[in-house]
Design a binder for this molecule. Structure first.
Ligand SMILES: Cc1cc2nc3c(=O)[nH]c(=O)nc-3n(C[C@H](O)[C@H](O)[C@H](O)COP(=O)(O)OP(=O)(O)OC[C@H]3O[C@@H](n4cnc5c(N)ncnc54)[C@H](O)[C@@H]3O)c2cc1C
Ligand code: SF4
Length: 557
C-alpha cells in the first residue's frame, strides 16, 4: 500500500505482464502474440512514449531482429536502414593516435553485416508491431512495486500513484495506481532496474555469481558538416583522455542525414573520485583526430545511461516463481562488442517461448526453468562466453596490457574455443573501488567552449528531461547525513561528478570559507541513467521511479 490513498487499486488480469518497453520487453510481447494471438499481454513503460527513455549506441547485430521479425529489412516502417560500411579502431594519445589494423581485431569485433541507427526508433517500430498484434502498451506508467502472493511468488506489479505532492500528500490531481496481475511477469527494465534490484535481493538470484559490473555511457547526437560525414562509418577509440588504469572508450557512428552519434563509455570501477565521466567525454571531443568531425556541426541531443559489463559470470539466476529477468536487467551485454540490444531481443524471445509453453500447459506463477536452463547453450551464451575474460583483464591489467591480452583471448576463443584464463573473477563491486581523496592526483578539467564542449546544464536541456516538480524526491537517501558527514571528507562527494545531469550539488553556507556544506538534490534534472544507485560508495542512494512519464524525452537516441 502506498503512503497515500487507502482506497483499493483497480486490478486487471493478464497472461503476461511486461515491465519496460525496451528491445527485450517489446520482443517478448511480440513473440508471445506471434505464438498465440489469444494471450493477453501488457507492457508498462515509464517514459512518456516508447523510445523516450532509450539511449544506446547503436550498432545493431541483426541476429535478434532476424529471429523476431524476419521481414524487417523490407519493411518500409523499419528505421534501421544504414549498413556499417567501415570499421575503425584507434588508440589515442594526448596529441595523436594510432589506427589499429582491422586484421588485428578478433573477427567477433567486426561490424560487417551490422546496422547503425537509433535504438529508440527501433523500439518505436517494435512498439507499433506489438500494438498491431494486440499487445496493450501503457507508456507513462512506471511499475513501482512487485506484487507477491502468499508463497512469495510474483503475481504482477503495481503502477505508481499519480498526483502525489512533495510532502507525500495527495494533490487535487491524485489518481490511484493500478494492479496489473499476470500469470507470469517479465522484468525488462534494462541495466540496474529498480524492481529487478529488489527481486535480486528477495530471491537471492545473484547468489554464487560474480558481482554485476557497470559502465556509464554518455551520448550526444550531432548534425555535422556533410563533408565530414560518411554514412555507415563506425569508429571506436580507447586511451586518451583516460589514464591507463581507467577503463573506457569512445564511439562515433555515422548514420543517415549527416548525423553522427557520439558517445563515451566509462567503466564504473574507476578509482579516482575527482573523475567526471561527463567531462572526460567533453575532453575527448577536443582531440585533434576527433575535433574536426564536430567543427561546423550542431549538437542536437544529449543523454546518459548505465550499461551492464559483468557478462557471462555475472548473469544471475533468471527465473523465480511467477517471472523472469530479460535483457540488460539480466546482464546480457557483450562489453567488448558494446552490444546488448541483440541479446535483449533474443532473451525476450527465449523467455516468451518458455512462458508460452507454460501457459499452454495450464501453468501459472511457477518458474520458467527452460529459459534459465537454456540460455548458456544458445546464441546468447555463445556470444557472451567467448568474451568472458575481457572485462576482468581490462580491470586487472589496465588499458595497454589488458586490451592486448583481452584481444589474444578473444582470438583464441574464436579460433579454437580456448582461453588462457578459465573464467576470471571481476573482484570488487563498482561502489567499492574509489580511493580516498588524499591518495589520488585530482583531475582538473578545462572549461567548456560552448561550441564543441559544453556544461552539464545546457546538456540536460537537450535531453528534454521533464519531471513534475511537486512530487516526492525519487532519489532516496537511506541516511541523509552520509553525503556530508562521510562522502564529502573522504571522497569530495563524488556524486557531484559522476552524475551526468548535475542532480547532486554540495552548496556551502559560506562559499569562500567552504563552511556549512549542504547536500542538494535537483531531482528534476535526472535522466534516469542509474549511476548514483550503482556508484555511491556508501550504497546510500536508491533510485526509484518518479511519477510516470517523467524523465528524459529522447528523440532518436
Ligand atoms: C551508451 C550506450 C551505448 C550502447 N551501444 C550499443 C550498441 O552500439 N549496440 C547494441 O546492441 N547495444 C548497445 N548498448 C546496449 C543496449 O542499449 C542495451 O543492451 C539494450 O538497450 C537493452 O535493452 P533492454 O530492453 O534490456 O533495456 P532498455 O533498453 O534499458 O529498456 C528498458 C525500458 O524499460 C523502462 N523501464 C525501466 N524500469 C521501468 C519500470 N519500473 N516501469 C516501467 N518502465 C520501466 C525504461 O524506461 C526503458 O524504456 C549501448 C548502451 C549504452 C548505454
Ligand atoms: S541522479 Fe542518478 S540516475 Fe539521475 S542522472 Fe544523476 S546519476 Fe543518473
Amino acid at each position: 500500500m502506498s503512503e497515500v490513498g487507502n482506497e483499493p487499486r483497480e486490478a486487471m488480469d493478464y497472461d503476461v505482464v511486461i515491465v519496460g518497453g525496451g528491445p527485450s520487453g517489446l520482443a517478448a510481447a511480440i513473440r508471445l502474440k506471434q505464438i498465440n494471438p489469444d494471450f493477453s499481454v501488457v507492457v508498462v513503460e515509464k517514459g512518456s512514449e516508447i523510445g523516450a527513455h532509450i539511449l544506446s549506441g547503436a550498432v545493431i547485430d541483426p541476429i535478434g531482429l532476424d529471429s523476431l521479425l524476419p521481414g524487417w529489412r523490407d519493411d518500409p516502417a523499419c528505421p534501421l536502414k544504414v549498413k556499417v560500411t567501415e570499421d575503425r579502431f584507434y588508440l589515442l594519445g594526448p596529441s595523436g593516435g594510432l589506427r589499429l589494423p582491422n586484421a588485428l581485431m578478433p573477427p567477433l569485433m567486426n561490424n560487417h553485416g551490422n546496422f547503425v541507427g537509433s535504438l529508440g526508433n527501433v523500439c518505436r517500430f517494435l512498439g507499433s508491431k506489438a500494438e498491431e498484434l494486440g499487445v496493450e502498451i501503457y507508456p507513462g506508467f512506471a511499475a513501482t512495486e512487485v506484487i507477491h502472493g502468499d508463497k512469495g511468488e510474483v503475481r504482477g506489479v503495481v503502477t505508481g500513484d499519480m498526483g502525489v505532492g512533495r510532502d507525500g500528500k495527495p494533490k487535487a490531481s491524485f489518481t490511484r495506481g493500478m494492479e496489473l496481475h499476470g500469470k507470469y511477469t517479465l522484468f525488462a527494465e534494462g541495466a540496474r532496474g529498480s524492481l529487478t534490484k529488489t527481486l535480486l535481493a528477495s530471491f537471492g538470484l545473484d547468489k554464487g555469481r560474480e558481482p554485476q559490473k557497470f559502465g556509464i555511457g554518455i551520448k550526444e547526437l550531432w548534425r555535422v558538416d556533410p563533408s565530414r560525414h560518411q554514412p555507415g562509418l563506425v569508429q571506436h577509440s580507447f586511451g586518451w583522455p583516460l589514464s591507463a588504469s581507467t577503463g573506457g572508450g569512445s564511439f562515433l557512428y555515422h548514420i543517415e542525414d549527416s548525423q553522427v552519434l557520439a558517445g563515451f563509455v566509462l567503466h564504473l570501477n574507476y578509482s579516482n573520485p575527482t573523475l567526471s565521466p561527463f567531462d572526460e567525454f567533453q575532453r575527448f571531443k577536443t582531440h585533434p583526430m576527433v575535433r574536426e568531425t564536430f567543427e561546423g556541426g550542431k549538437r542536437l541531443a544529449y543523454g546518459a545511461r548505465a550499461l551492464t559489463e559483468g557478462g557471462w559470470q555475472s548473469v544471475p539466476k533468471l527465473v523465480f516463481p511467477g517471472g523472469a529477468l530479460i535483457g540488460c536487467g539480466a546482464g546480457f551485454m557483450n562489453v567488448p562488442r558494446i552490444k546488448g540490444s541483440h541479446n535483449a531481443v533474443l532473451s525476450g524471445i527465449e523467455a516468451a517461448d518458455a512462458a508460452a509453453a507454460a501457459l499452454a500447459a495450464g501453468r501459472a506463477h511457477d518458474e520458467l526453468s527452460d529459459y534459465d536452463n537454456g540460455w548458456r547453450a544458445g546464441p546468447i551464451g555463445a556470444d557472451l562466453k567467448k568474451v568472458r575474460n575481457v572485462k576482468p583483464l581490462w580491470s586487472k591489467l589496465g588499458t595497454y596490457l589488458g586490451v592486448s591480452l583481452g584481444g589474444v583471448d578473444m582470438w583464441l576463443n574464436e579460433l579454437a574455443g580456448l582461453t588462457l584464463f578459465g573464467t576470471l573473477k571481476h573482484g570488487k563491486p563498482d561502489y567499492a573501488t574509489l580511493q580516498p581523496l588524499g591518495s589520488v592526483k585530482p583531475i582538473v578539467y578545462p572549461k567548456p567552449d560552448g561550441v564543441i564542449t559544453f556544461d552539464r546544464l545546457s546538456s540536460v536541456f537537450l535531453s528534454n528531461t521533464n519531471h513534475e516538480e511537486d512530487q516526492p524526491c525519487h532519489l532516496k537517501l537511506a541516511d541523509p547525513a552520509i553525503p556530508i558527514a562521510k562522502n564529502l571528507p573522504v571522497y569530495g562527494e563524488p556524486a557531484r561528478l559522476y552524475c551526468p545531469a548535475g542532480v547532486y550539488e554540495v552548496v556551502y553556507g559560506d562559499e569562500a570559507a567552504k563552511k556549512d556544506p549542504r547536500f542538494v538534490i535537483n531531482a528534476q534534472n535526472c535522466v534516469h541513467c542509474k549511476t548514483c544507485d550503482i556508484k555511491d560508495p556508501a550504497q546510500n542512494i536508491t533510485w526509484t521511479t518518479p511519477e510516470g512519464g517523467g524523465g528524459p524525452n529522447y528523440p532518436n537516441m
